[in-house]
Design a protein around this ligand. Structure first.
Ligand SMILES: O=c1ccn([C@H]2C[C@H](O)[C@@H](COP(=O)(O)OP(=O)(O)OP(=O)(O)O)O2)c(=O)[nH]1
Length: 157
């Protein structure tokens, strides 16, 4: 393992919930890629019935001070694999111009009721670079070996 630390980008964080006062909002280890987001609802706990989904406030709003970096909300692997609580839309995208509270939409894909408690770490926020396309309208796309083949076109093995 390198002794260097991951590169940091500047991100302002506004704390919106007193629940976070007593809890740590920081990277779990010095090489964690994801910043854990915590459930900041008023109740002590929240239960999801099978296939139920809920939007959960995280108690933070952010300002990413780099124009080509967005935040991406991913599932925590423990919550997803042990309890079946996953991000409803697959991945949440936090645009760099978004200033509102970050919400996490969780979906219970298990067959049982699942409960999370106030302050629990429910998802992870990862900052990644993105590109916008410079759109070039055309009728002709260049030849490639793959062509139109997709969705398993190259076989299983
Ligand atoms: O998991 C998420 C996903 C999005 N957002 C916030 C930040 C994001 O910048 C904004 C809009 O998200 P998105 O572009 O995915 O939403 P949309 O459904 O396309 O709606 P909009 O018309 O607001 O863009 O909502 C969250 O708080 N959590």
């Amino acid at each position: 393992m390198s002794t260097k630390s991951p590169q940091k980008i500047p991100v302002k964080i506004k704390f919106l919930s007193s629940i976070l006062h007593s809890l740590n909002l920081d990277y779990a280890t010095s090489f964690s890629a994801g910043l854990d987001l915590r459930a900041c609802f008023k109740e002590n706990q929240l239960t999801f019935k099978p296939r139920e989904r809920k939007k959960i406030p995280t108690g933070i709003a952010i300002e990413i001070l780099e124009p080509s970096i967005a935040g991406f909300v991913f599932s925590r692997s423990g919550l997803g694999t042990k309890q079946g609580l996953v991000i409803t839309q697959g991945v949440g995208v936090i645009d760099p111009d978004y200033r509102g509270e970050i919400f996490v939409s969780l979906l219970n894909i298990s067959e049982e009721d699942q409960t999370i408690i106030q302050g629990e770490r429910i998802a992870q926020l990862i900052f990644l670079p993105f590109f916008q396309a410079q759109i070039i309208p055309t009728d002709n796309l260049s030849y490639s070996t793959r062509g139109n083949g997709g969705f398993g076109h190259t076989g299983k093995l």
